[in-house]
Ligand binder design. Structure first.
Ligand code: FES
Ligand code: FES
Length: 155
């Protein structure tokens, strides 16, 4: 029987060895290149995507564990790239080189999905595993606070 996963709302047949990490399948097979390869060892967060709404590290997640799961990448976070986090990222000129930022946004989105008004400490805890070699941490935090504020006004 053919196995598949839902990526950004669309079913994709799993055509690769089940041991292949999701990151490789996304980037090399499906050309969802918004998700980045950083350390390849689950340590930096550059490869963060959502599986059934939860942030995971796609570089260490074999596709065999994802049959029938719903994957969301940065390309699928919002239809027009206008998720409150993406808007806040633009307002605050967050990225420097940009390399880590898709992972940062996906991790922040999973935080706001379960905690729409995180405290500073909760943001620090949730984001501490996402490394930015350019040191944009202060702007990331400011943007998350701004997005949380927007979300709280939407409800
Ligand atoms: S590339 Fe996956 S955690 Fe670094
Ligand atoms: S913006 Fe360069 S690594 Fe984060």
């Amino acid at each position: 029987m053919k196995q598949s996963m839902i990526i950004n709302g669309k079913a994709h047949e799993i055509t690769v060895d089940g041991d292949m990490p999701l990151l490789w399948f996304l980037r090399d097979n499906l050309e969802f290149t918004g998700t980045k390869f950083g350390c390849g060892s689950g340590l930096c967060g550059a490869c963060t995507v959502h599986v059934d709404g939860q942030a995971i590290r796609s570089c260490i997640t074999p596709v065999s564990t994802l049959v029938d799961k719903k994957i969301t990448t940065i390309e699928g976070l919002s239809e027009k790239g206008d998720h409150p986090l993406q808007k806040a990222w633009l307002n605050n000129n967050v990225p420097q080189c940009g390399y880590c930022q898709a992972g940062q946004i996906m991790n922040a989105a999973s935080l706001l999905a379960v905690n729409a008004s995180p405290t500073d400490a909760e943001i620090d805890t949730a984001m501490q595993g996402n490394i930015c070699r350019c040191g944009t941490y202060q702007r990331i935090k400011k943007a998350i606070v701004e997005a949380a504020d927007t979300l709280s006004k939407e409800v």
